[in-house]
Design a binder for this molecule. Structure first.
Ligand code: ATP
Ligand code: MG
Length: 426
């Protein structure tokens, strides 16, 4: 029989054989974020569409082309979250989190949904790990945030990633820059891609971020924002760089980074790798001082980053990085007949209460095929229980790696007694 349908295009099952990769990365990211004082926030998978229109920006690719939007049964427009920041800001405002001691530091692990052309490193459902800081204005906070992302990559021993930073100024200095950009691009206006023709009017900085080859070419010679920064923004950027230098975080300044989302101000950054397909950006972020107000709060500064976990895995795979090893079965207890199998099951339950992965036969296999199955599981130890063992209260424990055998007590305090032996194995 054929299965009813395949998984939708651009989605990927995360299979048990690979799940240790996800656990490694998710745990590392959460653990490092917690050392920076971040607390986890979980927001809904879907939000009212206007949150993203407002919070991500009407002129962005994400809002214009990539959102999964539908009407629910009451006719409300709903969107599956394409990114994590807008929901985090909404939740922080709605629940009064910004009235507590600032800075507020949050992290999240979430699926994001974007209707894009799927390719290597680009999916329609993908996983992001993100961090948001609210109420931190000083350049020290930009540096701390960048240092955290760098720390996650260092913790995972990722080496094939580089950091690029830029400042895109504040609305004041950006106005001047946008004017200069428009003047520059007007000469090419006929040759720009259709989206960029529109962007030229509404948001010329978006042109620098266009992925079409021809627009990308024009971007290379375009005026750069760093020449237009006001004194305040320039000082802010210099201090961020100084703090990164002092902490030994390596970066290069790339004046062409503008970021795809509308709400950024001042510092923007990307961690880039040549090892994640045609994509490149593994983690991206920056400061977004206008966002909280845009979504309806008072003026509170914000900054954050999001990393694409599929891309982190691609980068780690490319450099043969170590993941936490898949769990191994500690002990398989075989039974020679029904009564012994039942006895074995009770022993297994006791071991599980102590946190060991123990197994026994639950499908009615012969002794021989139980032992084959134990081998397949890669069990560290095995043990056979029969009438004799039950009567004597002792059974032979076999180390499946080196064949060594020893007798253990299977009566009272079974799990306590055997526990230290099971744990001693590498
Ligand atoms: P890109 O330039 O690759 O389209 P973006 O600017 O749209 O990225 P952001 O919105 O900044 O990406 O999202 C942060 C991170 O999430 C990206 O750096 C990337 O690692 C990951 N990401 C974004 N879109 C996808 C996707 N469709 N599939 C997998 N990962 C993605
Ligand atoms: Mg994108």
């Amino acid at each position: 029989m054929d299965i009813v349908t395949k998984a939708p295009r651009g989605t990927a099952d995360k299979l048990p054989a690979q799940i240790n990769k996800w656990h490694t990365i998710e745990k590392a990211a959460a653990r490092i974020a917690e050392t920076y004082g971040c607390k986890e926030l979980r927001t809904p998978t879907f939000e009212h569409t206007e949150l993203f229109q407002r919070g991500v920006g009407d002129t962005t690719d994400v809002v214009q082309k990539e959102m999964y939007t539908f009407n629910d049964k009451k006719g409300r427009s709903i969107t599956l979250k394409p990114e994590g920041t807008a929901g985090a800001v909404r939740a922080a405002l709605e629940n009064g989190l910004l009235n507590e001691a600032l800075p507020l530091k949050l992290y999240y692990l979430t699926s994001c949904f974007r209707y894009e052309a799927p390719q290597s490193g680009r999916l329609r459902e993908f996983k992001q790990f993100g961090v948001e800081y609210f109420g931190a204005d000083s350049p020290m906070s930009d540096a701390e945030l960048i240092c955290m992302a760098d720390g996650i990559f260092r913790f995972l021993r990722i080496e094939n990633i580089r950091l690029e930073i830029n400042s895109i100024g504040c609305p004041k200095c950006r106005a001047e820059y946008q004017k200069a950009l428009k003047e520059y691009y007007v000469q090419y206006s006929e040759q720009l891609c259709d989206t960029c023709k529109e962007r030229l009017e509404k948001n010329p900085m978006r042109l620098l971020d266009c992925k079409s080859e021809i627009c990308h070419g024009f971007a290379e010679k375009a005026p750069i924002i760093l020449d237009y920064l006001c004194d305040e923004c320039k000082t802010h950027f210099d201090k961020v760089k100084k703090a990164l230098d002092d902490m030994g975080v390596k970066y290069t300044v790339n004046p062409r980074i503008v970021r795809g989302l509308d709400y950024y101000t001042n510092t923007v950054f990307e961690f880039i790798s040549d090892n994640c397909g045609t994509q490149g950006t593994v983690c991206a972020g920056g400061r977004y001082n206008g966002l909280v107000e845009e979504i309806g709060g008072k003026s509170v500064s914000g900054l954050g980053f999001a990393m694409g976990l599929e891309r982190v895995i691609m980068v780690m795979d490319a450099q043969n990085a170590d993941y936490e090893p898949a769990k191994k079965c500690d002990l398989f207890i075989a039974g020679t007949d029904e009564a012994s199998s039942l006895y074995a099951m009770n022993l297994v339950r006791q071991l599980r209460d102590y946190g060991f992965w123990a197994e026994c036969d639950i499908v009615g296999r012969s002794l021989k095929s139980q032992m084959k199955y134990a081998d397949k599981l890669g069990a560290n130890f095995s043990m056979v229980i029969g009438e004799n063992e039950i009567q004597s209260g002792k059974a032979e424990l076999k180390n499946m790696k080196n064949g060594e055998k020893s007798f253990v007590n299977i009566g009272d305090k079974f799990a306590e007694g055997i526990g230290s032996i099971l744990m001693a194995i590498e």
